[in-house]
Design a protein around this ligand. Structure first.
Ligand code: SF4
Length: 334
């Protein structure tokens, strides 16, 4: 059985972009793969973040994932900071990773432009990602297209470490790109992202979904209700393809091309379909929130399972690298 590792930042809200691009795929994979799903809180601190909110956002993300169908009986769900070996292996990997490789990462270039002074944590982000995956010797890494370069780097890190210390110790993981590669934000300006405020949360109530969808960007050719549009140029149509039935999708395209309805009608139908799609997940989230200890217990159990594998890997890493094994201190004789 292939082993999968995937991570998601504790942004608090699981939105339809990371649901369609990641979580839905994990739910499908958990039946016939060994899955490690990690809420990557150490990655979240590589940019400015709200210290007061981090804990709540981590729990909220766990609630979102569990509501979306991640089953802790089939899949190891845990928080990264609960398994110390992630940062330990990341340090080891910094000693085999050329700085030049890190500096050419597209995400580093993008994000470093937004930081006043560029911090080493941001540069080393892909090294921690490599440690996340290789700690569990995962074969497959489900990612969006924007992460493929990072998976290539983790393969290179595995090769370099193996060549220097122990041939074949780490596998070279493969990127698995999900079917829904990239979900555009409601503002039509790029990827759906909580930090850009262009999302719809999977646990949003129907009136919140409507508030967000109502103001979403559409095909600019539809200036008035009488102007025909091109559905393929509209993100609302793209979302219908995920949440509406085939007859409705056909009807949307037809009415858009012929100006048979207004964008507001089209958005109303989409809102109802999104709200219906996620209704069982809202119900599950409400049950989880009524017993707050349940989510903490699930994360603790996940961390305990993950630690067994992580500890075993690190024993091998330290041994191959020549470290003095830790032994129990004997009490001094009197
Ligand atoms: S009718 Fe629908 S698909 Fe066409 S532009 Fe308006 S919102 Fe988009």
């Amino acid at each position: 059985m292939s082993r999968i590792f995937s991570g998601i930042q504790p942004s608090g809200e699981l939105h339809i972009g990371n649901y369609l691009g990641a979580a839905k795929n994990w739910v499908d994979l958990q039946d016939d793969h060994e899955c490690f799903i990690c809420i990557v809180d150490y990655h979240a601190i590589t940019q400015a973040y709200d210290i007061e909110a981090l804990e709540r956002r981590t729990v909220d993300m766990a609630v979102g994932l569990l509501s979306a169908g991640i089953d802790p009986e089939k899949c190891v769900l845990f928080a990264q900071s609960h398994v110390a070996e992630h940062t330990e292996l990341a340090w080891v990997f910094t000693t085999v990773t050329p700085i030049g490789e890190l500096e050419r990462m597209i995400q580093f270039k993008d994000k470093s432009r937004r930081q006043e002074s560029v911090l080493a944590g941001l540069l080393n982000y892909p090294v921690l990602q490599a440690a996340d995956v290789l700690l569990y010797k995962a074969d497959l890494v489900p990612v969006g297209e924007d992460q493929v370069q990072h998976v290539e780097l983790m393969r290179e890190i595995a090769r370099k470490w193996n060549a220097r210390y122990a041939r074949g110790f780490f596998p070279e993981p493969q990127a698995q790109i999900g079917a829904a590669k990239r979900i555009q934000g409601l503002d039509g300006r790029g990827k759906m992202s909580k930090s850009l405020g262009n999302t719809v949360g999977i646990l949003d109530e129907p009136d919140e979904i409507w508030e967000r969808i109502r103001s979403a960007k559409t095909d600019p050719a539809r200036v008035t209700r009488k102007d025909p549009g091109t559905p393929e140029k509209c993100n609302i149509y793209a979302l219908h393809q995920h949440f509406s039935s085939l007859p409705v999708i056909d009807d949307v395209a037809e009415k858009c091309r012929t100006a048979g309805w207004g964008c507001i009608d089209c958005k109303r139908v989409l809102t109802d379909n999104i709200a219906d799609y996620f209704a069982p997940m809202r119900q599950r989230a409400s049950e989880l929130r009524q017993s707050p200890g349940q989510v903490s217990d699930i994360l603790a159990a996940g961390a305990a399972k993950a630690s067994v594998v992580a500890n075993e890997t690190m024993i091998g890493v330290r041994s191959h690298m020549g470290f003095l094994p830790a032994t129990q201190t004997q009490p001094a004789e009197r």
